[in-house]
Design a protein around this ligand. Structure first.
Ligand SMILES: N[C@@H](CCC(=O)N[C@@H](CS)C(=O)NCC(=O)O)C(=O)O
Length: 226
């Protein structure tokens, strides 16, 4: 089977990182094609290069032979079904339902964090006073990670002990916390540390390149993040 995963810019595309990690963690071979999202049509699902491969005009999008799977969660589910023994979902049913809840919460929520702490793997800015809705999102994420880490600490360093799709879903969030100087509680930080030490995450990070306007020395950065 020939698998091709279309993704956005590695420094910025948080949705793309999720299934990319899931495929790597499951040991599913795939070819990746990174599409530069800074093109006309961005934000309107109107990038011609994306529309040529993804019916919804967004990445990530997986082509598995003639099957097209768009949306990060659908791709992760595909990976879990392809490799049922890879542990992409926790084996214990109750733990699995909790993991699915955590993933769904990320997939459909945290709009304020997505708005104010956009993923930018290379960015480091000092902490700022966030609007109330953003503070509430951050507090909820911290509480969720802390509770899961406390419950599952004996089984490993990930949210549910062993690495699963929930970790892939929150990996980009861990980078957002790091980029914007968010102080996490120690248990929550231990999850972020597990992400930052993961070989596959490190491979993605090493390949992530900020746009030229987003590099030190370009004054526009100061205007972007006050
Ligand atoms: N819910 C979708 C979101 C995908 C998404 O919003 N992708 C962004 C890049 S991270 C995109 O392709 N944007 C292109 C556009 O809006 O024109 C998923 O989980 O895959």
């Amino acid at each position: 089977m020939a698998n091709t995963l279309y993704i956005g810019n590695k420094n910025y595309s948080s949705w793309s990182l999720r299934p990319w990690l899931a495929l790597r963690w499951a040991g599913i071979p795939f070819e990746e094609r990174e599409i530069n999202l800074r093109q006309p049509g961005y934000g309107q699902q109107g990038i011609a290069q994306v529309l040529a491969v993804a019916p919804n005009g967004r990445v990530p999008c997986l082509h598995a032979d003639d099957l097209v799977v768009w949306d990060s969660l659908a791709i992760c589910e595909w990976a879990a079904e392809q490799r049922p023994d890879a542990g992409l979902w926790p084996r214990d049913a109750r733990t699995r339902y909790t993991a699915r809840s955590a993933v769904a919460e990320m997939h459909s929520g945290f709009a304020a964090v997505r708005r104010d702490l956009s993923m930018n793997i290379h960015r480091r800015t000092p902490a700022v006073a966030w609007p109330q809705d953003t503070q509430a999102d951050i507090a909820r994420i911290d509480a969720l990670w802390s509770a899961l880490r406390t419950t599952h600490a004996a089984r490993g360093p990930w949210l549910f002990g062993e690495r699963c799709i929930a970790d892939a879903f929150y990996a980009p969030v861990a980078t957002r916390m790091r980029s914007y100087g968010v102080a996490l509680s120690p248990a929550a930080q231990s999850f972020a540390d597990a992400v930052f030490a993961d070989a596959d995450f490190l491979a993605w990070e090493a390949a992530s390149v900020p746009d030229s306007w987003d590099r030190p020395g370009f004054p526009i950065i100061d205007r972007l993040h006050r």
